[in-house]
Design a protein around this ligand. Structure first.
Ligand SMILES: [Cu+2]
Length: 531
């Protein structure tokens, strides 16, 4: 099935095409249009059908084999209603097992789609749930242990939009594909044949799999025809390992109205917006005049992520105003976000993220060997943990960085098992052994520590929308104080206030893990039960 079969172009382009004289001038002919994922709502039987399948997509000028839901790349946007039950029938037409995890949804462990919710090749699974949480932009993606990074890289990801009464009453832009648009941002790398070039190896297990091409809704640097007025962008960082920092090309501000789990109390104006892997933010930008602008991804100081072309700002999408006025507004107030409860006396859990020091060192050496010093750009200032920068530079010299040296290291006293080299509290992920049980309905304070390495670990917890108490040793930014399911951990400690309102048995435990997918796939994950 071709991508056009399920990714329909924006209706705003229909508006534009009624101005034929303008459209030729306004649209750069060579720039592809931003595909908008089809909205998929439950049918009369409250059912939605999702099929994970293989297809072909034009990516970076080549026909590449890609995977998608109900199409060849990415998937539809499911629109669900708070309090309304949905039955999702998931068919797996891939040649390998997969799972479908509902990232950000507060639903029972049985239907959460973690690594235990396996759907064999050719098989199907039906899950039913009723979202009770507030309006939010969530997403769904595979969670097949050891394969998540590959399956996401191949294209499996889709959005879940939850609506509620409060959100419907706001004057926010809400015409899908016209003034309410998703931007699913992902980087990819291609081999000489134009195929997606994925590896899970020492380098990617340490720093993550990253690419040299930025895609927005599956297309490199597309353009979108926007009404004059407020434009709502539902941003998803769908990259395996790359954190993003987004800004407009002309410096116009963005107003953050929502984070992972719902709307903020009021809009927060930002000049640029860091978005971690797995995170979503909803922002409004004002499209006032006829001047086009870009949403840009600025360089970030994350190991490996300043390799060219990401040493310079990269365009994500071009926003081209069309001569029609929009009707959405930026409200002064958005949603009720409750005050934090009293924190004294809460049960506290400690989650220490750990990387095998040999993986840390070998991964960075592999990165330097492949990309040179530029891969380390921005990383010189802080301590680098086990693989201290000066020691590494001194120790490697000029000639030690060949594969022989790597091989000798790998065959040292114990062979490094990369699939179990990342850990939490000293243990790599074990699907059969939940790490602890959390009483249902009770607040807990979880401290997630990244002390010991300087890697970025966006830490995600299933089954809950939490509140960030402190983030990497600092108070959270204002726009990160609402509902979240992912928190930044980068060398220091982060504290979150969690509560689980549904149960998760040992056979379908909830996961807590790093959302750098190659860290997750190589062990930086634990399962826990709620009951
Ligand atoms: Cu990590």
């Amino acid at each position: 099935m071709q991508r056009r079969d399920f990714l329909k172009y924006s209706a705003a382009l229909g508006v534009l095409s009624s101005f034929p004289l303008l459209s030729g001038r306004l649209y750069a002919a060579e720039r592809p249009r931003l595909p908008i994922p089809t909205l998929l709502e439950p049918d009369a039987q409250s059912s939605i059908r999702l099929t994970a399948q293989v297809g072909k997509s034009m990516l970076a000028g080549h026909q590449a084999t890609t995977w998608g839901y109900n199409g060849s790349l990415l998937g539809p946007a499911l629109r669900l209603e708070q309090g309304k039950k949905v039955n999702v029938e998931i068919h797996n037409r891939l040649s390998e097992s997969t799972t479908v995890h509902w990232h950000g949804l507060e639903i029972p462990g049985e239907v959460d789609g973690g690594p235990q919710g396996v759907i064999a090749s050719g098989a199907s699974r039906r899950v039913s749930f009723t979202p009770q949480q507030r309006a939010a932009t969530c997403w769904f993606h595979p969670h097949q242990h050891g394969k998540t990074g590959h399956q996401v890289a191949m294209g499996l990801a889709g959005l879940v939009l939850i609506d509620d009464l409060e959100s419907r009453q706001l004057m926010l832009p809400k015409q899908w594909g016209i003034d309410d648009i998703p931007l699913i941002i992902q980087d990819k790398r291609f081999d000489a044949d134009g195929q997606i070039d994925y590896q899970l190896d020492v380098m990617s297990a340490a720093v993550g799999w990253f690419g040299d091409t930025l895609l927005c809704n599956g297309v490199n640097y597309p353009q979108f025809g926007a009404l004059r007025g407020w434009l709502r962008l539902r941003l998803l960082n769908g990259c395996n390992a790359r954190s993003l920092e987004l800004a407009t090309s002309d410096g116009r501000p963005m107003y953050v109205v929502g984070s992972d789990g719902g709307l903020l109390a009021e809009p927060v104006k930002v000049e640029s917006l860091p978005v971690l892997m797995g995170e979503r933010f909803e922002v409004l930008v004002e499209v006032k005049d006829a001047k086009p602008f870009e949403i840009m991804a600025l360089p970030v100081t994350q190991m490996g992520m300043q390799v060219a072309p990401f040493d310079k700002p990269q365009p994500v999408v071009r926003i081209q105003p069309v001569p029609v006025h929009g009707s959405g507004e930026l409200p002064d107030t958005l949603a009720k976000v409750p005050e934090l409860p009293k924190l004294e006396g809460l049960n506290t859990r400690w989650l220490q993220l750990m990387m095998d020091p040999r993986l840390d060192q070998m991964g960075m050496q592999a990165l330097m060997a492949k990309y040179g010093q530029e891969a380390m750009a921005g990383m010189d200032h802080g301590a680098m943990g086990h693989g201290d920068m000066e020691q590494m530079k001194g120790g490697m010299g000029h000639s030690a960085m060949d594969h022989g040296a790597m091989g000798r290291m790998a065959n040292g006293d114990r062979k490094l098992d990369i699939y179990n080299a990342n850990k939490i509290n000293g243990k790599a992920f074990d699907m059969n052994t939940p790490s602890f049980n959390v009483p249902r309905g009770q607040y807990e304070r979880w401290i997630i520590s990244g002390e010991g390495d300087m890697m970025l670990h966006p830490f995600h917890i299933h089954g809950t929308q939490f509140r960030i108490l402190s983030e990497d040793g600092k108070p959270p930014a204002v726009h990160r104080r609402g509902w979240k399911d992912t928190v930044r951990v980068e060398g220091k400690r982060s504290e979150v206030l969690v509560r689980f309102d549904h149960t998760a048995p040992a056979q379908h435990s909830y996961m807590a893990h790093c959302h750098l997918l190659e860290h997750e796939d190589t062990g930086m994950m634990l399962g826990f039960t709620v009951g």
